[in-house]
Design a protein around this ligand. Structure first.
Ligand code: AMP
Length: 249
């Protein structure tokens, strides 16, 4: 069984992003970029399924600029067998990515696509759901446990009230939540081996997909600075402030 893993190159989760002074975007100059953490979890899950003999091939895919090749090499150093970059400098919104992934799924015929539940740059949490809709496939989002069978997958989902377990038929789309697994680190020999694994580069036009953005971002702004706290003299003053001054923001 072939598993397709879309991996996004994002600003590293340790970086505190700054808005450009003219409000047109985030300042990415000299900023460390990494694989989206939820996608690392997706890669790990796919590799574990391969190690247990349930999957035969793990294909990593990224859509974006040339430098996404690094992200794909990381996926291959972790254990993905090969990779495809859909290369473009254009802004890609979740719908465009979902359409590109759909075209690749049509071509590659995986039985399972495992995405991150969200990318930590746009926090959209849309691509997996849109992909499932475009494919007409069942989906199980926010997975904290995945049990793969030959024609179905049983997924435990993190939902507001706790955990929910669903069984869906294959082919299917699954998105990962934080507790699904703990991703491994790439070893040096595997990083070296990954350099030789196949990485195909194609363009959105090769897939016949229109990637034009449907949304326009008007402005980026820093969140307002938090005001300093104050010290109250006693509980009576605290209660008075809570009653008369505290607001739900
Ligand atoms: P989002 O809907 O943007 O929050 O992203 C959810 C998931 O979709 C990510 O965790 C990735 O698995 C996948 N994804 C989003 N954008 C891309 C991209 N440009 N290239 C590859 N995968 C992506």
């Amino acid at each position: 069984m072939k598993i397709l893993i879309p991996v996004k190159r994002v600003v590293d989760y340790n970086v505190k992003v700054r808005v450009k002074t003219d409000g047109t975007g985030i300042d990415l100059a000299n900023v460390k970029m990494s694989m989206n953490p939820f996608d690392e979890i997706a890669v790990e899950e796919a590799i574990r399924l391969k190690e247990t003999g349930l999957a035969t091939e793990v294909l990593a895919v990224s859509c974006g600029v040339t430098a996404c090749q690094e992200t794909l090499r990381t996926a291959m150093a972790l254990g993905a067998d090969r990779a495809i970059l859909v290369e473009t400098d254009a802004e890609l919104q979740p719908l465009a990515v979902a359409k590109l992934l759909k075209a690749l799924v049509d071509k590659e015929q995986p039985k399972l696509v495992i995405l991150g539940k969200q990318a930590i740059d746009d926090d959209a949490n849309q691509t997996g759901q849109m992909l499932a809709a475009l494919l007409g496939w069942p989906q199980a989002t926010f997975a904290s446990k995945v049990v793969l069978g030959s024609d179905k997958v049983t997924v435990t989902r993190e939902v507001d009230g706790g955990l929910e377990t669903v069984e869906i038929g294959l082919p299917a789309v699954v998105t990962t939540d934080l507790r699904l697994n703990e991703p491994r680190y790439a070893t040096l020999p595997n990083i070296m081996k990954a350099k030789k694994k196949p990485l195909e580069i194609i363009k959105p036009a090769d897939l016949g997909v229109d990637i034009a953005p449907r949304l326009t971002t008007l402005k980026f702004a820093e969140p307002p600075k938090r005001q300093a706290g104050i010290r109250v003299a006693d509980i009576a003053e605290l209660l008075a402030k809570l009653k008369n001054e505290a607001k739900v923001i």
